[in-house]
Structures are given as C-alpha cells and as structure tokens.
Design a protein around this ligand. Structure first.
Ligand SMILES: *[C@@H]1O[C@H](CO)[C@@H](O)[C@H](O)[C@H]1NC(C)=O
Ligand SMILES: *[C@@H]1O[C@H](CO)[C@@H](O)[C@H](O)[C@H]1NC(C)=O
Ligand SMILES: *[C@@H]1O[C@H](CO)[C@@H](O)[C@H](O)[C@H]1NC(C)=O
Ligand SMILES: *[C@@H]1O[C@H](CO)[C@@H](O)[C@H](O)[C@H]1NC(C)=O
Ligand SMILES: *[C@@H]1O[C@H](CO)[C@@H](O)[C@H](O)[C@H]1NC(C)=O
Ligand SMILES: *[C@@H]1O[C@H](CO)[C@@H](O)[C@H](O)[C@H]1NC(C)=O
Length: 424
C-alpha cells in the first residue's frame, strides 16, 4: 500500500487533502494595499515540498522568517515577499491595521554593525532616546519628533553612560538597564576616564543627569542587565543576561542569567526567575497581573570563540520563547508563579519587548516584529528589510511604533486600535 502510494506520487502530483489554496489573499477592506496580506488558516497546510531557511555550515540564518519560505506549488505565497503587514488572525489583526498603515525607513542610523537598543519615548520632549550598545560608542542618540522630518542627534548624559541595552519611561524619568563595566573616555572630554559597573540607572531626560540605582549583587558585578520594567509600586524587574560579555563591554559573567526584582525603597534585590537560558525582554500586562519575559537562548555561549564578536554561536534548539507568569502579592514585593511558554518564536527569539495599552505583546524578532495577543497567538507580523532589535510606541497619542535595528530606524504609522501605555 505504502509503496504503491509512493509510486503514484512519483508519477503524478496527487492533490493533498487539507490544503485549500490560495494560502495568501488580500485582506478584506485592503484589496488595493500592496503591502498588506492575509494568511489563511495560519498556513496550517502548505503544499509539499516547501522549504525554509537552509542552514549554512550547520547554522540557520538569523534573518529569515516564515515569509521567506519557498512554496513553489502555491503562487499566492509570493505576495508575502513584499508585504509590510502579514496578518494571521483576521478577527483581531484588522482592528490593529488602521486606514492607511505603513512602514517607512526614517534613518539609516549608522554604524550598520551596531544594534540599536533601549528606545524610550519621552512625552515632555516628544522625542525618542535610544542607545547603541557597541564597543567604543559612549553616548546615546535622540530622535526629535518635533521637526518634520524628525532629526537625529547625539545625546550625552552627565555622567556619560556606556552600553545601555534596555530602557523604560516611568513618571518623567528614564530607567536604564546598563551592560558595561569597562572604563571609557568621557565623550565630552576624552582626558577624563569614566568608571561604571553594569546595573540600573535613572536618567532625568530634561537635565540629562544620571543617578546610579543599583550596580552590584552583594559585591559581585551584575552580568549585564538587558531590559527592565517598573511596576505600579515602583519596583524594577530586570533581566540579567550575558550580552555585555558577548559585545565585549564587560568581563565573563559570574552570575547565572537570572531575572530579578529590585526594590528601590529598600535596596533589596531578589531573584524572581532562573529557568530561562538568556532572559531578555520583559513587560507587564496593563492590568498588572501578568508578567512576560522572553528567552533568547538561541544565542549559545558555550565554547564561543573569545576573539570574534559577538561571542556566541547560534543554536536553533536554544530558548526562543515568550513566557507568561502570574504576578502574586507579597509585602516584600511581588513574585511570579505559573510560568507558561505562550509563544515559540518562528525566528531566533523576541529581543526588545513591549506591551500595548490594549494588552498586545510586541516582540522585536530580529527579522521583523511579532504582534501577539495577550495569550500569545500570532496576530500579525510587521516585516522590514533590516533587522529589528527593539521598538517603542511614540507620538503624543502613542499611536506610532518606531523600530530600531542594525543600520536602520523605521516608523510604523497609520495604525488602528494599538497604542503605547503612559508608563512603558
Ligand atoms: C480598490 O480600487 C478600485 C479601483 O480603483 C476601487 O473601485 C475600489 O473601491 C478600491 N477598493 C478599496 C477597498 O479601496
Ligand atoms: C540574511 O543575511 C544574509 C547575509 O547578510 C543575506 O545574504 C541574506 O539575503 C539575508 N536573508 C534574508 C531572508 O534577508
Ligand atoms: C515585489 O517587489 C519587487 C520589486 O519591487 C517586484 O519586482 C516583484 O514583482 C514584487 N513581487 C510581488 C509578488 O508583488
Ligand atoms: C555622534 O558622535 C560621534 C562620535 O562619538 C560622531 O562620530 C558622530 O558624527 C556624531 N553624530 C551626530 C549625528 O552628531
Ligand atoms: C577635561 O578634563 C581634564 C581632566 O579632568 C581637565 O583638566 C580639563 O579642564 C577638561 N577640559 C575641558 C574642556 O573641560
Ligand atoms: C575587548 O576589549 C578589550 C578592552 O577594551 C580589548 O583589549 C580587546 O581587544 C577586546 N576584544 C575584542 C575581541 O574586541
């Protein structure tokens, strides 16, 4: 029976029951929009053979996505190649797409070999301050949204801060997760050497003064705080992964890649999570009940060469989940229970991570942006040519999404029911 079937399929193409073309269609109401496409039924059945992401020397590329899949027997699939918005869940996706959604590249933002991270929208300035965590870059940058087109300039704080990787706005201040421990020259006066340890820093965006809030764990250097979130009582939750070592701005880690709660009112730092390979992005649901932490254990530090940056190799079997947790009250600060993975990234993982006012989860997925429901369903993907390390809601209505990546800064505008939270 089996061999007969095999013989038959060699002779003629046998239609596969379950596959109902076309896989990709125009979205209802967006028939004329060339950059918007709807995937039917999550493409659950594709006509085989199809092929995605050939490995190179055993390593998968870190920039391919679902839309790069070759599906030769379904011509409709090629519509995804040029789409900026790829909708999987129409019921919710069409709410997010507004009347004229579009993605524009606003800046090239050199150097192209640096990630762009920690974008934070400051409503008092109508500007986004972001960072270039890269060996030898000692100041941040600011996108001024008051002018048309927006302008980009350097942003130096007092004292200067080296290698900011995560940032959130909270009640008029910017909170930074900072990676570097190596001394560096003051960008305003190269004869002064600045000493700093990895930790949590607070920036007054108006005066540009920076205050250190936390710079050690009982005398040990933190590894390299990656991202953070400030909860409604002012406690700071931060991931402490190993990427500062990867980009050579701090020493080899001595602490496991954990997630902590730092309570500024007492100074206490408490571990809240230790099961992820490399905890990365972090966010809280608008009702304050659910914590989300992403894992980018796809980057593997075992036996990575020390003289090639970044110091990790790619392990497709490593962690690449978004995890949800229940937040529980305790008088010493909230704690997490009921860990559940809710999304396994179809790319290398979700890096920068933000939660919208409506509860949508936005993950910068290296190649493009994942827009997930609060339950982790993929609602849509925003695709750009370059990579995306992080993103930020911006504008006076917080209805734009700015994307930051290697060599480019993009603006997503014209969206519908999706907005940033006031403190995020
Ligand atoms: C698409 O374009 C056609 C022809 O210009 C027009 O008749 C139709 O109303 C448009 N559809 C939408 C959804 O805008
Ligand atoms: C991924 O990056 C490689 C190397 O830069 C490039 O050749 C390739 O075209 C990229 N693939 C996609 C799908 O963007
Ligand atoms: C995608 O865009 C390229 C370049 O503009 C064009 O040549 C190609 O036909 C487009 N593909 C589809 C499926 O629209
Ligand atoms: C920012 O400062 C760097 C030196 O640290 C300089 O090379 C670059 O031109 C400056 N960029 C802008 C936009 O002023
Ligand atoms: C730069 O720093 C050095 C050492 O602290 C100091 O002597 C010098 O006056 C500073 N230069 C300027 C222009 O502030
Ligand atoms: C790492 O940084 C140290 C100190 O700045 C430098 O001596 C070393 O050459 C750097 N290593 C690499 C691989 O860039």
């Amino acid at each position: 029976m089996y061999s007969l079937l095999l013989l038959g399929s060699a002779a003629i193409a046998v239609a596969q029951r379950g596959y109902s073309p076309p896989t990709v269609e125009k979205c209802p109401g967006y028939e004329n929009a060339s950059k918007i496409a709807c995937v039917q039924n999550y493409a659950a059945v594709l006509p085989y053979p199809f092929e995605r992401a050939k490995t190179v020397n055993g390593i998968p590329p870190d920039n391919d996505t679902f839309v790069d899949t070759a599906v030769p027997s379904d011509p409709s699939f090629s519509q995804l190649q040029n789409a900026s918005f790829v909708v999987f869940n129409q019921a919710r996706g069409l709410d997010i797409l507004g009347i004229n959604p579009k993605v524009e590249k606003v800046f090239d933002a050199p150097p192209a070999d640096s990630i762009h991270e920690a974008p934070v929208y400051v409503p008092e300035l109508n500007a986004v301050i972001y960072s270039l965590p890269h060996q030898g870059i000692y100041q941040q940058q600011i996108v001024n949204l008051n002018s048309t087109p927006p302008t980009l300039s350097n942003f130096t704080t007092s004292p200067p801060v080296y290698a900011v990787n995560g940032g959130k706005y909270y009640k008029g201040k910017i909170y930074w997760a900072v990676e570097a421990s190596f001394p560096f020259p003051n960008p305003s006066n190269a004869s002064q050497i600045v000493h700093q340890a990895p930790g949590i820093y607070m920036l007054d965006p108006i005066t540009r003064e920076v205050t250190t809030l936390l710079n050690n764990y009982y005398g040990q250097l933190l590894n390299s705080p990656n991202d953070l979130f400030i909860d409604s009582v002012g406690d700071i939750w931060f991931t402490d992964s190993w990427y500062g070592y990867a980009i050579n701005v701090t020493d080899y880690p001595v602490l496991a890649p954990n997630t902590y709660r730092f309570r500024p009112s007492t100074g206490a730092v408490s571990i809240v999570e230790n099961t992820l390979q490399q905890p990365n992005g972090i966010g809280i649901s608008p009702n304050g009940r659910t914590m989300y932490i992403t894992d980018t254990g796809f980057t593997n530090f075992d036996n990575a060469p020390v003289d090639v940056l970044p110091r990790y190799t790619v392990n497709p079997l490593g962690g690449r989940t978004v995890n949800a947790y229940d937040i529980n009250f305790s008088p010493a600060g909230n704690y997490l229970t009921a860990k559940r993975p809710i999304w396994y990234a179809e790319t290398f993982g979700d890096d920068g991570f933000h939660v919208s006012k409506e509860g949508y989860l936005l993950g910068a997925a290296g190649a493009g942006v994942d827009v997930l429901s609060e339950f982790g369903e993929l609602i849509m993907r925003i695709e750009v040519e370059g990579t995306v390390n992080n993103l930020q809601f911006a504008g006076s209505k917080r209805d734009e999404v700015w994307l930051f990546g290697f060599g480019g800064i993009y603006k997503v505008s014209g969206l519908g029911q999706i907005h940033g939270m006031a403190d995020e």
